[in-house]
Design a protein around this ligand. Structure first.
Ligand code: ADP
Ligand code: MG
Length: 622
């Protein structure tokens, strides 16, 4: 350490300052494209190589930089956008700090070529790690072209913090897409390693652009948001709670056109959804908040992604009310049956009860005569997944592999369980009382099934309702995570093909080995096609595609989330009549699981009432 106070050399000063504006290639792209937008460009093309680290090229058709101003544009605190502090109160441009270009140029080799309207020819200047070269004439017909090579080559610390090329490319893509969503009038394209990632045409709608970056299943559930309060306004699109996801990566806020990260806005958004989301669930939202420029401070951080509102309370209620209004409109719409169906079909939630069919409203009494799932029975268990859970749990010898033709398709999906034919073993005869056996495990007595969804149990002086899907999810999740789900799979007789949306292609790449560990055998003959050759043993064939759609759609990126969804898709659904043995077995295995009061998504598994509570409600006792 030095002992005297001294001023840092200019090069080091600017590298330190650059660190605040530039975290990664994506931040350079944001600054460069915002400059193009400020210059009135209507066409902006971005090209990157190796995640942007090797090269970023931004070309625009904006008003250009005059030859003599090139060195100024590269000087810190030099800007054409504001002249005084007061200008900040009415700022309409993205830039104003005059440090982005200087920062980028101090940590890369930057080549700027530009021409202003009316100029005879263009001009060019090269800057290497902050050192300006000569201004030279250059050929260019319009606008500005900025090429940034070897970003951070002279800042090893920064280099170390960069992620893989694919991850950095993804961030660049996301940053540019977020800018594109707020500038529908501008044409914008991105090319990575010579491959065009997207090309947005000027004049598209928000939906047009969004559907190129979000999977189709999400697009259908989006609700328009429009709400005004005084001089403030919120507009955009928000997802239905039914399609909530496990990550908050599809919440995009803009304040006066600027993409921002803001806790207050997030909190208000959640409040708008209050009562419809679980704590671990996130909605999708693209929201534009507009308010007079003098009521928001955009100069909080050099990267300008943070803002401060003068009247936080007003912004909070604006957002909350806007969302609430949208969701109420959705609710009244979805009470129409056709719509309900389509929205529901998108959801990953299989736990909703079936529409009240007459039979399912009755209680299915337990009966030992039911041999659907009896130990030692010759025939295969009806519910492959329950059986699977037991196998994983008790570490029984693995049963010989089920030929695929025997995979049980009767595991009903969605919410329209086929009503079992009368007299079929799946329906417990209601006219005959239970065989009179008191049926207990660990003090829990099974009394029957309600609504083909809830198991009625009692223990001492407590009455309980157990959600069979949630309980089974917990059992499977525990089994998967303790055994590591060692890739046991069943081959499909006929491989299934699944087209991949561009937004899904990178996710597939990222979780390829995880998927094979879980038991999938996959092939990718083309970037946009996935061929499924084998699936995890716990999944019914019909659910495999559903599972992949969900994990790819949610951009699942870790084993835990893959298991959670696998448990959800493999678990018995609401709407199943459970045989006595099955119900008992479920209760027994569930009792052995840690955290068994909640399913892996965080939904409760069990509701309970004590005798005392019942007596109160029946007004037997005060
Ligand atoms: P700021 O955007 O905060 O003014 P920058 O360092 O990003 O600071 O840019 C400095 C100046 O360079 C801008 O004020 C603008 O005059 C000019 N400039 C940068 N990029 C462009 C561009 N693509 N087209 C026209 N002018 C540009
Ligand atoms: Mg700028």
């Amino acid at each position: 350490m030095t002992t005297t106070i001294h001023i840092l050399p200019p090069a080091l000063q600017s590298q330190i300052a650059a660190g605040e504006v530039l975290e990664r290639p994506a931040s350079a792209i944001k600054e460069l494209v915002e400059n193009s937008l400020d210059a009135g460009a209507t066409v902006i093309d971005v090209t990157i190589d190796r995640g942007g680290q090797e090269r970023i090229l931004v070309q625009d058709n904006g008003q250009g930089i005059a030859e003599q101003e090139l060195p100024l544009a590269l000087t810190r605190h030099a800007t054409s956008k504001i002249a005084s502090m007061d200008d900040l109160l009415t700022i309409s441009s993205f830039g104003f700090r005059g440090e982005a270009l200087a920062s980028i140029a101090s940590v890369s080799r930057t080549l700027i070529t530009s021409i202003t309207p009316g100029a005879e020819q263009g001009a060019q200047i090269e800057v290497v790690h902050g050192k300006l070269g000569e201004i030279r004439p250059a050929a260019l017909s319009r606008g500005t072209r900025i090429e940034v090579r070897d970003l951070f080559a002279n800042v090893p610390v920064r280099l170390k913090f960069l992620k893989t090329m694919a991850t950095e490319a993804k961030r660049c893509q996301e940053t540019l897409a977020h800018l594109a969503l707020a500038h529908l009038e501008t044409s914008l394209s991105l090319t990575h390693n010579n491959r065009e990632i997207f090309r947005f045409q000027g004049g598209e709608t928000l939906q047009d652009r969004l559907q190129r970056i979000w999977p189709p299943s999400l697009m259908q559930g989006l609700v328009p948001i429009h709400h005004e309060r005084g001089s403030m306004r919120i507009t955009g699109l928000a997802g239905s709670p039914a399609q909530a996801q496990v990550r908050g990566n599809r919440i995009i806020f803009y304040v006066n056109g600027r993409p921002v990260k803001d806790k207050l806005l997030l909190h208000a958004l959640r409040q708008g959804y209050k009562g419809t989301l679980l704590s671990k669930e996130y909605p999708q939202a693209v929201l534009f908040v507009e308010l007079p420029a003098n009521e928001v401070d955009v100069n909080v951080h050099p990267a300008k992604t943070e803002v401060r509102f003068m009247d936080e309370g007003a912004i909070f209620s604006l957002v909350q009310a806007g969302i609430r209004q949208g969701m109420e409109a959705l609710l009244s719409e979805t009470s129409a049956p056709a719509q309900t169906q389509s929205v529901r079909e998108q959801t990953v939630d299989m736990t909703m009860p079936p529409p009240p069919a007459r039979e399912s409203d009755q209680v299915n009494l337990p009966s030992r005569n039911n041999t659907l799932y009896s130990e030692g029975a010759e025939h295969r268990p009806k519910f492959s997944s329950l059986h699977e859970a037991e196998r994983l749990f008790s570490h029984h010898k693995r049963p010989e592999r089920r030929p695929v033709s025997h995979v049980d398709h009767s595991v009903s999906h969605k919410e329209t369980p086929p009503a079992p034919p009368l007299g079929s073993p799946a329906v417990v005869d209601q006219t005959r009382p239970s065989s009179g056996h008191s049926s207990s495990t660990h003090g829990y007595t099974y009394l029957g099934q309600f609504h083909r969804t809830y198991l009625i149990l009692s223990k001492q002086n407590t009455l309980m309702l157990m959600d069979q899907h949630a309980a089974h999810e917990r059992v499977l999740y525990h089994a998967f995570s303790t055994t590591g789900q060692q890739g046991e799979h069943q081959r499909l007789a006929i491989p299934q093909e699944m087209p991949l949306h561009p937004s899904e292609q990178e996710v597939v790449e990222a979780i390829w080995t995880d998927l094979s560990q879980i038991g999938f055998t996959l092939e990718r003959p083309t970037p946009a096609t996935l061929v499924i050759r084998a699936i995890p043993t716990s999944l019914a064939t019909g659910e495999a595609l559903n599972y992949l759609r969900t994990v790819l759609g949610e951009q699942t990126n870790n084993m835990d989330a893959l298991w959670t969804t696998l448990a959800c898709k493999s678990a018995i659904k609401a709407g199943h009549v459970l045989a006595y043995d099955e119900a008992m077995h479920l209760v027994e295995t569930w009792l052995q699981c840690p955290d068994n009061q909640y399913c892996p998504h965080g939904r409760p598994v069990m509701l309970t009432w004590t005798v005392q509570e019942l007596e109160k409600r029946f007004k037997r006792k005060p």
